[in-house]
Write a protein that binds this ligand. Structure first.
Ligand code: ADP
Ligand code: ADP
Length: 229
């Protein structure tokens, strides 16, 4: 699903250069649940931007779902993103003036799906995340955990094969974090490939596989025998 070969990333600002990622190789198979872990400055956001087709590597090859993406321009990357990746962020990124239902239907509106179809799909997904009684509410009327469930429903609307989550529990209390991790596990069991970026070992533990980064280098690639439930 995701093949990263000899990937490196160097940020250049005039004469200043920062090597954010040292050369590494990683292959993530379809249906895996992977956590990318590391402390602040270890290169997680840089890698997440590359995997999410928001940025391209300085060198190396990235093949996403059979497609070479390391050579694509902005427009092509944006098309790949829309088809292949659902995003979940730490700060939820919901539109405050829109209802829960409108927030979830938004990606489908951009994709030109009819109102009837998008409402039907959004309600199905809101039921899936346990928020069917909140469709008409606005994000400000929801708890943090509920906001994140709306964001997850939105990320699933286009049936993207990959769900990419950046510190999804960073703004949540322990109970809401656990609820969100349980939801990710269910979504994973339904077949979606999940890549989760976190600096918290307790959160990373929920994944089947942990890629540990430090100072831009891949330090460890650990697979679990059995997944903690
Ligand atoms: P993390 O997400 O793990 O905190 P980042 O990927 O944000 O790590 O950063 C990795 C390294 O790259 C850090 O040394 C950071 O300062 C540097 N970096 C990140 N973005 C830029 C940028 N746009 N320009 C220059 N250096 C950057
Ligand atoms: P948390 O303990 O997760 O922070 P809150 O105390 O924010 O949760 O919310 C508890 C419950 O009250 C949630 O079900 C939330 O949806 C609801 N709620 C919070 N704020 C509002 C509001 N302004 N209007 C309606 N319901 C709200």
């Amino acid at each position: 699903m995701i093949t990263l070969s000899d990937i490196t990333k160097v940020y250049k600002n005039g004469p200043l250069e920062v090597q954010a990622l040292m050369p590494f190789n990683v292959k993530i198979e379809k249906g895996e649940f992977v956590a990318i872990m590391g402390s602040s400055g270890s290169g997680k956001s840089t890698l997440m931007n590359i995997i999410g087709c928001l940025d391209v590597p300085t060198a190396g090859r990235y093949v996403l779902d059979g497609e070479e993406v390391h050579t694509l321009d902005e427009d092509q990357l944006s098309r790949v993103r829309n088809r292949k990746i659902g995003f979940v962020f730490q700060s939820f990124n919901l539109l405050g003036r829109q209802t829960v239902l409108q927030n979830v239907t938004l990606p489908m509106m951009y994709a030109g799906i009819s109102r009837e179809k998008r409402n039907e799909r959004a309600i199905e997904l809101l039921e899936r995340v346990g928020l069917e009684d909140r469709v008409k509410h606005r994000p400000t009327e929801l708890s943090g955990g509920q906001k994140q469930r709306v964001a997850i429903a939105r990320a699933l609307t286009m049936n993207a094969p990959i769900l990419l989550a950046d510190e999804p529990t960073g703004n949540l209390d322990t109970k809401s974090s656990n609820d969100i991790m349980r939801l990710f596990k269910e979504i994973h069991q339904e077949g979606t490939t999940i890549v989760l970026v976190t600096h918290e070992p307790d959160i990373a533990e929920h994944a089947e596989r942990i890629l540990l980064f430090g100072d831009g280098a891949l330090l460890k690639d650990t697979r679990k025998e059995s997944v903690r439930s």
